[in-house]
Write a protein that binds this ligand. Sequence first.
Ligand code: AMP
Length: 216
Amino acid sequence: MAKIIVLMGAPGAGKGTQARLLQERLHLPQISTGDIFRALKNAQTPLAKEVRELMERGQLVPDELTIRVVQERTAQPDCQNGYILDGFPRTPAQAASLEKLAAEQGNTIVAILIDVPRELLEQRMTGRRNCPVCGEIYNMYLKPPKFDNVCDFHPEAELVHRADDNVETVKARLATYEKQTQPLMDYYKAAGLLRTVDGTGAPEAIYEDVLRQISA
Ligand code: AMP
């Protein structure tokens, strides 16, 4: 039975970093709803504009649209042997849809919470930078690139700062998380479905824990 690896945790917890490592090493596709919505950046349609505005305010994109995006993406042939979800589900309705999807696809869900205390999250997010070519994730405070503001692997590429990683939007995103996603985590925990790893250490150490939990 193929696995759906669901990475959960607050914004800035390191879901994206772990999802990238898992993708590289387990050869499973990483599906990040945040990345999918960010890819609408330049689209000039009313729907793309609405999504952009919600993201800028640190609010969630409506469930119906988010669920459809995940259904369509996970129906692609590369998801046949399982896949990694990063940033989905974030609401009870999304969690219910994922259970239905898993049953239809004959997959099992492994949900892993990357646990990071609130006081670390803001610094992680405001310091975050990405390579526009390969997507490598850096942090100006915690994991700076070798040379100033360029990717270690693509020195021609200036690192980019996510539009929603500014202090104001970060606070709104954390509030959204506490209000809308935290209850979902409590539900998963109570049902005994959630495995927790300490997300405060180095990415490689966290990866080892994540892997242990996936195979447990
Ligand atoms: P992320 O990259 O996961 O932090 O997501 C960035 C933004 O995309 C969020 O602040 C939301 O506006 C939107 N988003 C990403 N995933 C979801 C989701 N599962 N449900 C609703 N909105 C989402």
